[in-house]
Design a binder for this molecule. Structure first.
Ligand code: 5GP
Ligand code: ZN
Length: 117
């Protein structure tokens, strides 16, 4: 069920401490950790601790929690001293979503092209 931990979800396992991750920030409702396959010098994922399959489901069900994730993304950028950065929610397989637990990518530390591919 939306909001409940899922046994087969990688990011729920990271929240539970059952899969290791390099955690950079944690709040009551969110965790931020380094992406295992970084696409930029800074590539951090910010997730809600509660399980929602993507940003669309999260925003619809828990808009305050969605705002927590967005605020944490900005806090990561501050901590990493990023002057320019990108916050991305890949939403749906066609947009490149591969992990079905909502997450924001925080990317920075190099020049980023727009539009992305
Ligand atoms: P998506 O493609 O769903 O937007 O992003 C999923 C991200 O999770 C990818 O950038 C991928 O590198 C990252 N990822 C996949 N497995 C792991 C893992 O076990 N640990 C960490 N830290 N990141 C992971
Ligand atoms: Zn999950």
């Amino acid at each position: 069920m939306a909001g409940e931990p899922q046994d087969d979800c990688l990011f729920c396992k990271i929240v539970a401490g059952h899969v290791p991750a390099t955690i950079v920030r944690e709040t009551e409702t969110t965790v931020a950790f380094r992406d295992i396959n970084p696409q930029a010098p800074t590539h951090v994922l910010v997730i809600p601790k509660a399980h929602y399959k993507n940003a669309a489901e999260l925003a619809a069900a828990e808009p305050v929690l969605a705002a927590d994730v967005l605020r944490e993304a900005q806090s990561v950028a501050d901590e990493e001293k990023l002057e320019s950065y990108r916050v991305v929610f890949n939403t749906g397989a066609g947009a490149g979503q591969t992990v079905w637990h909502a997450h924001a990518h925080v990317l920075g530390g190099r020049g980023l092209q727009w539009p992305p591919g």
